[in-house]
Design a protein around this ligand. Structure first.
Ligand SMILES: [Zn+2]
Length: 357
């Protein structure tokens, strides 16, 4: 196993193309992944050490790898619990035998829906009973980490709500996830241009956006970029609208081009059982290109967005969505102001440096 050259072994269950852009900016690492997201183009991983590996090979690397740090997925992800229990137990076993030589376990956490809430919603259980069921496992996995960096205040609160107190608490930082300005060429926005980027599925609010768009002026243009279970429905709707275009899973450079053309980015994320929007990649990417954001209060950075002049809406109210989009187009912060509100480096990079310092 030639993981020796890299400082970090990252075990991320699902990987998508945007992760490759991110990995190029993080502490050099080997990435083990097990499944591909709907948006996955391995050609973008050129120059990176990215490998598809199953449970056995991953566990072996956790037990024997020569990296200094090992990063796992968040213990809020219930479907990953069997794997995470194996990996964190392997890490603990290694540590028990070799305290000095074993890598430190690190976690970057942005999930703002604790697993007891997810279970209570799914099985219609009292929240306290759900917490009673999951807390021991959650604590066990969380206590396996040496350092945890939260990417939003919402995530830190969600974890704290279930953990209460632990005897073995990792070192913790809270650094809200914000991008730096993209290195793209200068934007030339098309007038009254609105952009949706994301999976074409219910939880991303694409149906609510289509409903709201029925009330929108004809001179406002919407571009939809994505792919997903609702692709054919969204495509049929878009094809019947002269002011809507749709791009099915275009290459990344074209996605960046769409952000440069757009004045406003819309993401009407909705909470569903077992899922809540964490930060929202289209929000982060839209900000990094200076777009004004219209979204719901589900994102972990909702307070920051509102304070900076972006717009939070009730996705279930089409008139409210239309008003917010029009306000964003007419009197939202200028592109230069949005870019000026951002840090000089993506705070995911800042967090990673803290985790692997
Ligand atoms: Zn860009």
């Amino acid at each position: 196993m030639s993981t020796a050259a890299k400082k970090v072994l990252r075990v991320w269950h699902e990987t998508r193309t945007s992760h490759f852009e991110l990995l190029k900016r993080l502490t050099p690492s080997t990435l083990f992944y097990a499944s591909e997201n709907y948006s996955f183009d391995i050609r973008e991983a050129t120059g990176l050490d990215v490998r598809k590996r199953g449970i056995f090979a991953t566990t072996w690397a956790v037990l024997t790898g020569t990296h200094q740090y090992v990063e796992f997925n968040e213990p809020t992800m219930l479907k990953l619990w069997p794997r995470l229990l194996i990996y964190t137990s392997a890490h603990r076993a290694r540590r028990a035998f070799d305290r000095k030589g074993s890598p430190s376990a690190i976690l970057y956490a942005i999930d703002n829906l604790p697993p007891d809430a997810a279970i209570a919603d799914t099985f219609r259980l009292p929240r306290r009973f759900a917490a009673f069921l999951v807390r021991p496992f959650f604590r066990y996995m969380f206590a396996s980490f040496d350092r945890v960096s939260f990417g939003s205040a919402g995530a830190a609160a969600a974890y704290a709500s279930l953990l209460r107190t632990t005897k073995t608490t990792p070192e913790i930082s809270v650094i809200p996830q914000l991008p730096s300005p993209c290195s793209c060429p200068d934007a030339i926005a098309a007038p009254r241009s609105v952009l949706f980027v994301g999976a074409l599925e219910h939880r991303k609010g694409i149906v609510e956006l289509m409903k709201a768009w029925e009330l929108m002026d004809d001179d406002t243009r919407l571009t939809i970029v994505g792919i997903g279970p609702l692709t054919s429905r969204v495509q049929a709707w878009a094809n019947a609208k002269p002011n809507v275009r749709i791009l099915i899973d275009p290459p990344r450079d074209q996605v960046h081009q769409e952000y440069r053309r757009a004045e406003v980015v819309v993401l009407l994320s909705k909470r569903v059982p077992r899922w809540r929007e964490q930060v929202g990649l289209p929000i982060v990417e839209g900000l990094s290109h200076g777009c004004v954001v219209v979204t719901t209060s589900e994102t972990g950075i909702a307070d920051w967005l509102q304070a900076e002049g972006h717009f939070l809406v009730d996705a279930a109210n089409p008139a409210h969505v239309v008003d917010a989009v029009n306000s964003a187009l007419q009197c939202g912060p200028a592109r230069i102001e949005v870019l000026g509100s951002l840090p000089t480096e993506h705070t995911r990079v800042t967090s990673d440096r803290w985790l692997t310092r």
